[in-house]
Design a protein around this ligand. Structure first.
Ligand code: MRU
Length: 373
């Protein structure tokens, strides 16, 4: 993605060849800041504090976190501690678990003096593969949007999205937004309704920033506006990302996604979920029972972040100081409310049959619905 004429990924190896640079997403859209991660503790904190966020980028950052731990100490104890520390940062995005398993497999059985180089190579590959996977999601999603635009026969195609599943949530391109970028670039008249996405406002801050930088027409709406817009024919399609999709097509995504899917269902609006293969949890069958839902600091609900009158980023108090708040970060949309899954291998129904049709090599790995988390 280009920002002011410079091509960026969201994570890259720093010029010292060891540390990792990331875009500090807490400062966007007001300020473009780069943070350097030099230790595994800093990588873990960056994930936990949402300097980086979005399921694929969480996985990529964790992969580099393992590299940083091995750089300091390549022995097994260090590897185990790093895996444990990073795994505990955010529980819902399964890409985290996936990336840690991949890194573990890549280095565990090597001699200690071979581990660091192998880890950096594997982490770089995770990033490159994520870009390619997102690009393919974009191509498959583009065909969905093209078909809808033709069927509509004129006027902008109105896409509603929730949270940020754009390039900032991945290494580049994004998942839900990749088809939008490609549609826009292909000359399709596309307009995006951007849910603000309380409490952290990833829509208002990040999705709006990305779409603006790419020149895609968009409008920020409050989270509760989507139902009204759908009732009045102002949304042609919803596309969202996901942090974990079960083998049966249940989808965990940012809190509020489920309500959008309900409204879409009630109004006959297609509801698509875009995801890389790394977001599928083949061990889980029942999203409600088996996907752990992260609960974050209630302060994120009680405060709202923005640009103060003196040009500094400030947190402003929103609630009576004594009112308790609860911060559920994700919800689960059952497969029956999902029109289709846009994956890097194509579009399928949100079902075990649909997913196995595209990913037959996973048939032997599908969990038995034993409620494992
Ligand atoms: O809490 P966040 O900002 O990490 O949540 C991100 C989302 O919910 C995204 O929709 C999801 O990770 C998909 S990212 C391509």
């Amino acid at each position: 993605m280009q920002i002011n004429g410079t091509w960026y990924r969201t994570i890259w190896l720093a010029d010292d060849g060891r540390s990792v640079d990331v875009i500090d997403q807490r400062a966007l859209p007001h300020s473009f800041e780069i943070m350097r991660l030099a230790t595994v503790e800093q990588a873990a904190a960056a994930i936990r504090d949402m300097v980086v966020r979005g399921a694929p980028l969480i996985g990529a950052t964790a992969a580099y976190g393992v590299c940083l731990a091995l750089l300091r100490d390549p022995l097994h104890g260090s590897l185990d501690r790093a895996l444990e520390l990073l795994a505990a940062t955010r529980p819902t995005a399964v890409n985290l678990r996936w990336a840690l398993e991949v890194m573990d497999e890549a280095v565990r059985y090597l001699a200690p003096d071979e581990r660091v180089a192998a880890a950096y190579r594997r982490a770089a590959r995770i990033c490159d593969e994520d870009v390619e996977i997102s690009r393919r999601i974009g191509e498959h999603g583009l065909e969905v949007l093209r078909g809808m635009s033709r069927a509509k026969g004129g006027g902008p195609l109105n896409v509603l999205t929730h949270c940020n599943a754009g390039w900032l949530a991945t290494v580049d391109w994004g998942t839900a937004l990749a088809p939008v970028y490609m549609a826009h670039d292909a000359g399709i008249d596309v307009h995006v309704w951007v849910d603000e996405t309380r409490p952290r406002n990833q829509g208002a801050s990040l999705t709006a920033y990305e779409l603006g930088a790419h020149g895609v027409p968009h409008t920020v709406i409050v989270d509760n506006a989507g139902g009204h817009l759908m009732q009045h024919g102002m949304v042609d399609v919803c596309i969202v990302g996901t942090d974990r999709t079960t083998a049966t097509g249940d989808v965990a995504n940012k809190i509020g996604t489920y309500l959008k899917a309900l409204a879409a269902h009630d109004n006959g609006v297609p509801f698509y979920v875009a995801l890389p293969r790394t977001t599928i949890d083949w061990t889980a069958r029942d999203g409600l029972a088996e996907i752990p839902i992260e609960r974050r600091d209630p302060a994120e609900v009680k405060l709202i972040r923005g640009l103060g009158p003196d040009g500094r980023i400030v947190d402003v108090e929103l609630t009576p100081p004594s009112s308790p708040a609860a911060n559920f970060a994700f919800d689960v949309t059952p497969a029956r409310l999902v029109t289709g899954l846009i994956t890097d291998r194509g579009v399928c129904s949100a079902s075990l049959e649909g997913l196995l049709g595209l990913f037959p090599e996973w048939a032997g790995e599908v969990g038995g619905g034993e409620g494992r988390r």
